[in-house]
Design a protein around this ligand. Structure first.
Ligand SMILES: [Cu+2]
Length: 109
């Protein structure tokens, strides 16, 4: 019976909401581009000596100001990639690259 092994192979994918870490230090986001899937969590961690924030105009998501040592968790809900920046230092930019759901070509009728 081949159904069972196939089921087990699928399990990691089902359980796999990942957590990604973006470090804020030396006036930059690192990594600058974080690659995620819908349902994943991103944690921005301010290790710099300055206050920073994470603000995405496109989604309206904002961390508010993060004092040094603070972090902000964000769960990726939508399937759309977006850019963000620190509004206190607009040269600090980053991007959340969301992998879309695997699409199947609609069967031809
Ligand atoms: Cu900043």
């Amino acid at each position: 019976m081949r159904l069972l092994p196939a089921l087990f192979l699928c399990l990691p994918a089902l359980a796999g909401a990942a957590e990604h870490r973006v470090v804020i230090d030396a006036m930059r986001f690192s990594p600058q581009v974080v690659q995620v899937k819908p349902g994943d969590t991103i944690v921005w961690e301010n290790r710099d000596m300055f206050v920073h924030n994470v603000t995405a105009a496109a989604t309206g998501a904002s961390s508010g100001d993060l004092a040094p040592g603070k972090s902000w968790r964000y769960v990726v809900r939508g399937g759309t990639s977006f850019d963000y920046l620190c509004t206190l230092h607009p040269v600090m930019k980053g991007r959340v690259d969301v992998a879309g759901p695997r699409r199947r070509r609609a069967p031809a009728h």
